[in-house]
Design a protein. Structure first.
Ligand code: GLU
Length: 570
């Protein structure tokens, strides 16, 4: 049991959607805090003013709330009638851009102690120094110049401040190796030659990530920092800063427990990156002149040219989605929002994410590894000891299987609610088209999809006009013209019975079908297949009662009539 209340935090930079790796980090931080009954803080790291936006911050809050990862301390959000966030411990504000005075106070103390110092090189000068080091096959490290005079530098800093001229403030790194103790990776020594005098305060007056993160973690009482391994190289800087910083009363900063989480890779071994979506579309655009022309019309020449030439560039989400739709490119899901759009359930997604770098180490009754669990189980069992060291592979088939099982396990009413909620956001036309057939549609869809976005496929026949059913040649020959009596004859006989049914619910239809077949000593297929061909054009569809109910009374009769007319002539 930790010796002070556990506080974890998720600290996204609001520069885009919540990446699935970020969602995994947030999930682990949340589960760890819940496990110990501690606090989970959400902090928005918006010190990069050019790349940050309030819209992105809001999107991230929404994404987390959708996943069910709720924060105790952080920006307030109303989500489906409940209020998330707030500042019960009085440690806010939670947007770093609103904490500039706090950072400045700590900076002044570091400056006074000589642990921070102003630096005046221009971008070009730094570039030249970097190039020179490279030519000597050395890694460039900024270090205080020999003969540096702190008093003189401070005077120059104040002069520039008054004149509005740019300068930065750097941290004087100690000349010794830094030890990072990581709960997952063990003790790691960073030799002094790998660390430089990094910037604390940028020319625009904002703190760098390194500076703000250390101050905020301390002031927000963060005890455990769980974050991706891509941040491991930042950690010696943070530890050195913690050792140099003190509070106003002279008390030292503490070093939180660190746990760096394994990276997440695609199945092909590449890093799972938000650029993967652009990569997929770029490939399609370049594949044919026709596709390039369509991209040109959508994105405009300048935007397209730079995007094609520079693989690090990303097209805006709207253009990318439009282009992908137009070129029929399936975009890989990368952000939490992508998975939501595809129609994953948050519970299934969290379950799968939990296994990316963690495992409960428990077995099912049959001896296989326990992999399916809910977030309650995760919170009960989550521990740093079971976080793995090696990189994780994102296995999309496995996630699909998790989701299919989760969808299948819902009660029919719960599935219908999930589908309605999903449609409201991504396919409002579907409930509109289906009207009061929505319930029957949901019943037919539930066992046939892996994700909600596949919902139109199993009921596609119910979404087309009655006179546009295309009767499949082979099915017509096999099902309608062969046998004694022929399918056409059975269909003709069944039509008035169907027309006269009192209830058009699937169950009532099934009963009528059964009675019809029994009275004539016909196998069920002898009626079911001709009806399927008439209503859907082919022989594969959901249960017969469901299929007929979905097409509706008027539609079913019209389709049977048209089938009798069109197919009798073949
Ligand atoms: N703002 C940083 C990021 O989004 C946070 C890293 C950290 O957790 O310290 O990557």
């Amino acid at each position: 049991m930790p010796d002070r209340p556990v506080v974890t935090r998720f600290a996204p930079s609001p520069t885009g959607h919540l990446h699935i790796g970020g969602a995994r980090t947030a999930l682990f931080c949340w589960a760890y805090a819940r496990h110990f009954g501690g606090h989970f803080v959400l902090r928005i790291e918006d010190t990069d003013q050019k790349r940050s936006s309030e819209e992105a911050a809001k999107g991230i809050l929404e994404d987390l709330a959708w996943l069910g990862i709720t924060w105790d301390d952080g920006p307030r959000l109303e989500h489906e009638g409940t209020l998330i966030g707030g500042d019960p411990r009085g440690v806010g504000p939670f947007y770093q851009a609103q904490r500039l005075e706090i950072y400045q106070a700590y900076l002044e103390r570091l400056l006074a102690a000589g642990r921070a110092y102003p630096a005046f090189e221009t971008g070009e000068e730094l570039e030249r120094l970097r190039a020179e080091a490279q030519a000597r096959k050395e890694t460039y490290r900024y270090r205080q110049a020999e003969g540096y005079d702190h008093a003189q530098s401070l005077a120059e800093m104040r002069r520039r401040e008054a004149a509005g001229e740019p300068y930065v403030v750097r941290f004087r790194m100690p000349d010794t190796a830094i030890h990072v103790i990581d709960s997952v990776l063990g003790d790691i020594r960073f030799d002094e030659e790998h660390t430089d005098d990094f910037v604390l305060r940028k020319a625009d007056g904002f703190p760098t990530y390194h500076f703000a993160v250390v101050i905020d973690d301390e002031l927000m009482g963060v005890t455990h920092v769980l974050r991706g391994q891509e941040h491991l190289n930042n950690t010696p800087r943070h530890v050195a800063l913690q050792q140099a910083l003190t509070h106003e009363d002279g008390s030292p900063f503490r070093t939180p427990v660190y746990a760096h989480l394994p990276l997440i890779f695609n199945a092909d071994g590449s890093k799972m990156s938000k650029r993967d979506k652009d990569k997929a579309v770029r490939k399609a655009v370049q594949a044919s002149p026709d596709a390039t022309a369509r991209a040109l019309a959508l994105a405009g020449k300048d935007a397209l040219d730079t995007w094609l030439a520079d693989k690090t560039r990303q097209l805006g989400t709207d253009s990318l989605l439009a282009l992908a739709g137009d070129l029929r490119v399936e975009l890989p899901e990368i952000d939490s929002e992508d998975f939501r759009r595809s129609g994953y359930l948050p519970g299934a997604l969290c379950n799968y994410l939990a296994l990316l770098g963690w495992n409960p180490g428990a077995k099912n009754d049959d001896g296989t590894d326990l992999e399916r669990f809910d977030t309650g189980f995760l919170c009960d069992h989550f521990s740093l000891e079971r976080i793995g060291k090696s990189n994780s592979r994102f296995d999309r088939d496995k996630l699909l299987a998790f989701n299919q099982a989760a969808l299948g396990a819902l009660t029919p009413d719960a599935f219908e609610r999930e589908l309605r909620t999903w449609c409201r956001r991504y396919d409002p036309g579907l409930p509109e088209t289906l009207g009061d057939r929505f319930k029957a549609a949901a019943r037919a869809i539930q066992p046939r999809v892996k994700v909600l976005s596949q919902c139109r496929e199993p009921i596609a026949f119910a979404l087309i006009a009655d006179d546009s059913v295309v009767f499949d040649e082979k099915s017509v020959a096999k099902v309608l013209h062969k046998g004694e009596p022929t399918g056409l004859a059975v269909l003709k006989e069944f039509r008035p019975i169907l027309g006269g049914l009192e209830s058009f619910e699937p169950e009532a239809i099934e009963l009528a079908v059964k009675a019809f077949c029994e009275a004539r000593s016909l196998g069920m297929g002898k009626l079911a297949q001709p009806v399927r061909v008439a209503l859907t054009g082919g022989t594969v569809s959901p249960g017969l009662g469901e299929t007929i109910a979905l097409v509706g009374r008027a539609g079913s009769l019209a389709r049977i009539d048209r089938c009798l007319l069109v197919c009798a002539a073949r």
